[in-house]
Structures are given as structure tokens and as C-alpha cells.
Design a protein around this ligand. Structure first.
Ligand code: GAL
Length: 332
């Protein structure tokens, strides 16, 4: 009798506990928790570092570096309708088994970004490529394409754009459909921009210096006809102070505004490094700043810091929050 009672009491307790756990994933409590472990819908930790997001036909696609403890293992892609819950779609680009390939296993594939070309109907991926066994000396940009957003992507070529070294990078598509590659060059001293060919597969020779201030991790966005560019300093995996530049034209002149971060560790970008600024669909003037909080001892375990961008007149501020959700944009 007593045993039976104990059993039911325990069962009741387990059920209460389980339902409380269940609530944390119910839509009402969907939130972003910057720098905390973020699982995909299968319960695995999201592995998409140095990433960027493409919105296509009602879904967001998050592309990022698949990392082992240190290894670079290709480019992962996840999809989501709401930005909180991510479904793993697979390895969008795998390193090659062919030892002669530029992307042979053991190469470094960093900061992948994907854009969609309306004319060719191809999805075009650019990333920073370092050749196997050569450290960071190759300093190349690389391009891959796919007919489907989630891939698999086919590697096309790697090169130094117009002969320039190319490390940390991003892509930007302007309102008129022209696309640009923003990249750290000359041993990261320079930040450059190159307009891409109409098919987005190569740089054109419209390629110019933005500024020479030793910056990397560029993340560019446009707000009310002005361009905003967030970058980091060059301290490897260690965090440093971000800076914001603004310009009326992509080719400059770019004006240094200062550090847009606010709150604890604001002068270290909250322990993170910029990777992308995402325009939220259907919410005017709403942007999410995305950063990586690198863990160099186990790169897989590097965390994601997503925070909303606040506009104060023409001033941009990004404040630390332990947790937040998209309703922040309606309240601002
Ligand atoms: C950082 C860069 C990262 C990665 C790292 C390696 O400067 O932003 O993407 O390349 O160096 O140390």
C-alpha cells in the first residue's frame, strides 16, 4: 500500500516537472538568450559560427562554420520561420575528399555568407578560405553555388579579389540588386569593398579601400538610405572593441562614429565579435546584431550573441540584454 502511494506521488512529481520543462519551449516563452547554449529543434547545439542569414520564401536560412573542437568541417545550414527555433538542414558545403582541391579536408572555411541572384536563380555562397596546412597565409575568397537554398553547394573557385589578400568578409546586396564583397585585406590593415559581377560569382574591378584602420569581422546594413558598418579589431579569437562607421555611399567616404555597444563589457563587444546584421522581415527599421563569442579551446562551443539594434536619431546603440524577444521592436 505504502509503496503504491510513494509510486504515485513520485509519478505526479515527475509529470509536474516534465510539464514545467515543456513550457520553456512553448511559443509564448520564445526568447533569445545571448551567449547561452542554443539548441536546434533536434536538441543538438547549433553549430554555425561566423555566420549570416538569408531570408527566402518565408524562411530564414542561417549559414555558418561547422566547427569541431578546432577543425573546420564545412558550412552548416539551419532554417527557421520565427528566428528562435532552428531546424538543422544539413551540411551546405562539405570540404572535399580530393587532396588537390582548394577546399580539401583540412582547409579553413570561415565566415560563409549566402545571397540569392534573382537573374540566374542561383544561391551564391562566398567564404574566407585558407588552404590546408598554410595557416592564414593564402588569404583567399571562395565561391560556391546551388540551385537550392539549403544546398548542397558546388565549389567553383578561390582567388584573391583583384590580387588583394582577403580574410574576414561579408556580402551585401543593395536595393538595386547589385552585390558587394566587403573584406579585410593587406594583412587585415585595410577594409575593402568590391562590387560583384551581375551573376555574383566574381568581383569586378570596381574595388576600393574603405579605410585603413586594421579592422575585421565586417557587418554592413542600410537604414534610411545610410550605410552602417560594424567591425571588430584584429585580436584573433579574443574579443575587442567594436566600432561603427557610416557612409552615404558604399564606396565612402566612411566616417568613424565610435563604439555602439552599451552595458557590461561594452568595450569588449560583450565578449563577442561581429558577424552579421540581420534585417527582421516585416518589421520596418528592425535589425539584429549577430556576434560570435568564440571559445578557442573548443570552437564548437562558441556561443551566439544576438541583440537588437536601437536607433537614437542617427545614432546606433546596441545594449546588452540577458534575454529578449522580437516584441522589443514594437516597444522601442
Ligand atoms: C579572427 C577572425 C576569425 C578567425 C580568427 C582566427 O580574427 O575574425 O574569423 O579567423 O581570427 O584566429
Amino acid at each position: 500500500m505504502n509503496n503504491k502511494r510513494t509510486f504515485f506521488i513520485l509519478l505526479f512529481g515527475v509529470l509536474i516537472f516534465a510539464s514545467a520543462q515543456g513550457q520553456t519551449s512553448s511559443p509564448a516563452s520564445l526568447k533569445f538568450f545571448p551567449a547561452q547554449v542554443w539548441n536546434d529543434l533536434s536538441g543538438n547545439v547549433i553549430n554555425a559560427h561566423g555566420g549570416g542569414i538569408l531570408y527566402h520564401k518565408g524562411r530564414y536560412y542561417w549559414f555558418g562554420e561547422k566547427r569541431g573542437q578546432h577543425a573546420s568541417e564545412g558550412v552548416n545550414v539551419y532554417s527557421s520561420k520565427d528566428l528562435y527555433q532552428w531546424k538543422f538542414e544539413g551540411l551546405a558545403l562539405a570540404p572535399s575528399k580530393d587532396a588537390g582541391s582548394d577546399i580539401a579536408e583540412g582547409c579553413l572555411m570561415e565566415r560563409p555568407k549566402v545571397i540569392y541572384n534573382q537573374k540566374t536563380r542561383k544561391f551564391v555562397m562566398w567564404f574566407h578560405l585558407e588552404l590546408k596546412g598554410k595557416g592564414y597565409s593564402a588569404a583567399r575568397a571562395a565561391v560556391a553555388v546551388s540551385d537550392q537554398v539549403q544546398g548542397p553547394y558546388t565549389f567553383l573557385s578561390s582567388f584573391r579579389p583583384n590580387g588583394n589578400m582577403s580574410r574576414d568578409m561579408n556580402l551585401y546586396v543593395d536595393d538595386d540588386g547589385s552585390a558587394y564583397h566587403i573584406y579585410s585585406s593587406d594583412e587585415n590593415m585595410d577594409l575593402r569593398i568590391a562590387r560583384l559581377t551581375d551573376d555574383y560569382l566574381r568581383p569586378t574591378n570596381q574595388d576600393s579601400l574603405l579605410f585603413r584602420r586594421q579592422r575585421e569581422a565586417p557587418a554592413l546594413f542600410k537604414y534610411r538610405q545610410k550605410y552602417y558598418l560594424i567591425t571588430s579589431g584584429c585580436t584573433g579569437w579574443a574579443p575587442n572593441q567594436a566600432s561603427l562607421h557610416t557612409a552615404d555611399s558604399l564606396f565612402g567616404p566612411w566616417k568613424l562614429v565610435g563604439n555602439p555597444m552599451e552595458g557590461p563589457q561594452a568595450d569588449l563587444t560583450f565578449g563577442g565579435q561581429s558577424t552579421f546584421v540581420l534585417p527582421v522581415q516585416g518589421k520596418k527599421d528592425s535589425f539584429i546584431f549577430m556576434a560570435d563569442k568564440w571559445n578557442p579551446k573548443d570552437l564548437r562551443d562558441s556561443r551566439y550573441i544576438w541583440l537588437p539594434v536601437r536607433f537614437d536619431g542617427k545614432d546606433v546603440k546596441i545594449s546588452w540584454m540577458d534575454e529578449w524577444n522580437l516584441s522589443w521592436f514594437s516597444k522601442k
